[in-house]
Design a protein around this ligand. Structure first.
Ligand code: SF4
Ligand code: SF4
Length: 476
């Protein structure tokens, strides 16, 4: 695997008085050529699906509220029928772990699939490119327009393009805010721009960065800012699927007439048309081997296959393959068998374990949570009847969206009882209710020190919904 870091120019003062060497390659504007083909269709599908999900989700309703809503003020996250509370930190950790192990697994199997098809930077850059092509035309027209002196037409086209890009970016920022403030009320406030400072800040912050990263910086974000590009190589091995140019088949490259038999002409299959470079959104030449800049978009595969079709050569001069297959250690048909490797199996086991734990936890999840806190201010007091009494605060969180009624009883010491018999606590949907209880015990059963007791909190609507909370009773 080539060491691609050598390709990064470094800016250093080598000797006093000598010319400085550039640390970063000067930015060269790219004009990726549009491409058609199987992988391009997949990319379009992913762009459409991810964006449909992103822009449509906040508009969906569930039980009379926004289906996906992060209520930061009340510290509740709504995901369709599920309400996540701060105590459900486990689910957030599980989601983060699944994302990380899923990314590791996919990268080990098929390289930068995430970058090429689903990363927001790729997706938004692709959308900005569509806008650019739609307003300014194809690659050659865009190059001509940029080289032409400023004119009314150029100003009109550039203004239109950037206005559409800005509007799209602001809509993206607005949608993000719509996950945290009900999007319908946000939209209703639009005519008078009746927003709070944080809503304005996040709309412009996220929208501004979408415009900056996707419309202007584009491939530079992947090249210089994204840490994943740098550490992904540790997840690659010689059996990882990567997009590669088949040098043995392609070289020596050279132009020739259509239908020329490469063997007779003493040439490889590459006709040196440079289309694979022209379609590349990061501006690299895949024929130089695997480079860290390659985001795995497969545009070069699509365009080269088109060229091979026109030349009546077999497809696949650039293709998904593995380093070992390219070196002839096994055939292309054996690639699949080599995808399941120990590291992939370990990632798969970890993923399955975490997902199973989440599913089991969701299935066993009680629709309420409860905390029992003994009043530490007054350890124990004696009642007029000569009983010992401890006070407790019981906090019940109704995690369902329907009101619930709970009966509370206490056990653990002979004759233990509550001051009020089996109180019923009513908690509204997704709300919290706190109640104070006094527990009394005959002194003969509660000697000095702590005694373990249990509070049984049970739904009166469905007796199967119940929890037992441990606490302690302090004797005299
Ligand atoms: S598109 Fe294919 S044929 Fe054309 S230069 Fe690239 S590798 Fe060679
Ligand atoms: S080399 Fe090919 S796969 Fe890699 S970024 Fe360029 S076009 Fe996409």
């Amino acid at each position: 695997m080539p060491d691609s870091l050598k390709d990064i120019p470094v800016r250093v003062e080598s000797r006093p008085g000598s010319a400085p060497v550039s640390l970063y390659a000067p930015h060269r504007k790219l004009y990726p050529r549009s491409v058609k083909g199987l992988f391009n269709n997949w990319r379009i599908l992913f762009v459409v699906m991810t964006q449909l999900a992103y822009y449509a989700l906040p508009w969906l309703d569930w039980n009379g509220r926004q289906a996906v809503f992060f209520d930061m003020v009340n510290r509740k996250f709504y995901l369709f029928g599920l309400t996540i509370w701060p105590q459900d930190f486990f689910y957030l950790s599980a989601l983060l772990m699944c994302s990380a192990f899923g990314l590791f697994a996919w990268t080990s199997i098929a390289g930068r699939l995430w970058c090429g098809y689903a990363c927001p930077q790729t997706v938004y850059t692709e959308i900005m490119l569509w806008i650019e092509q739609w307003v300014e035309g194809d690659r050659s027209k865009r190059i001509k327009l940029d080289q032409a002196p400023m004119s009314v037409r150029k100003l009109r086209l550039k203004t239109t393009k950037h206005a559409i890009m800005l509007l799209f970016s602001l809509w993206t920022g607005f949608t993000l805010v719509g996950y945290f403030t009900p999007i319908r009320s946000l939209t209703a406030a639009l005519p008078h721009f009746d927003y709070g400072p944080w809503e304005i800040f996040w709309t412009f912050f996220y929208g501004g960065f979408t415009y900056l990263f996707a419309a202007h910086m584009r491939e530079q974000v992947c090249k210089y800012m994204c840490p994943y590009a740098r550490f992904q190589s540790v997840m690659f091995d010689a059996d990882t699927l990567i997009i590669s140019y088949d040098e043995k088949r392609g070289e020596p490259r050279g132009a020739r007439k259509k239908g020329t038999d490469p063997e007779q002409a003493g040439l490889g299959s590459c006709i040196n048309c440079s289309l694979c470079v022209q379609v590349c959104p990061v501006g690299i030449d895949i024929r130089h081997g695997l480079q860290y800049e390659c985001i795995g978009c497969a545009a070069c595969i699509d365009v080269c296959d088109e060229v091979m079709d026109k030349m009546s050569y077999p497809r696949g001069l650039i293709r998904y393959t593995t380093e070992n297959a390219l070196e002839g250690k096994y055939g292309e048909k054996q690639i699949r068998q080599h995808l399941m490797r120990p590291r992939v199996i370990v990632y798969a086991i970890l993923l399955t374990t975490i997902i199973s734990a989440v599913v089991v936890s969701l299935l066993l999840r009680q629709p309420f949570k409860a905390d029992v806190i003994r009043d530490r201010a007054s350890l124990v007091r004696e009642t007029n009847d000569g009983l010992l009494e401890n006070a407790y605060t019981i906090r019940i969180v109704n995690t369902s969206e329907q009101p619930q009624h709970f009966k509370i009883r206490v056990e653990g010491l002979p004759g233990i009882k509550m001051q009020s018999d089996s109180p019923i606590v009513t908690v509204k949907g997704t709300e919290t209710e706190t109640t104070t209880l006094r527990v009394q015990v005959d002194p003969q059963y509660a000697s000095r020190g702590g005694h373990e007791i249990h509070f049984f909190i049970q739904s009166t609507d469905d007796p199967a919904i119940r929890r037992v909370e441990k606490s302690s009773f302090i004797g005299e």
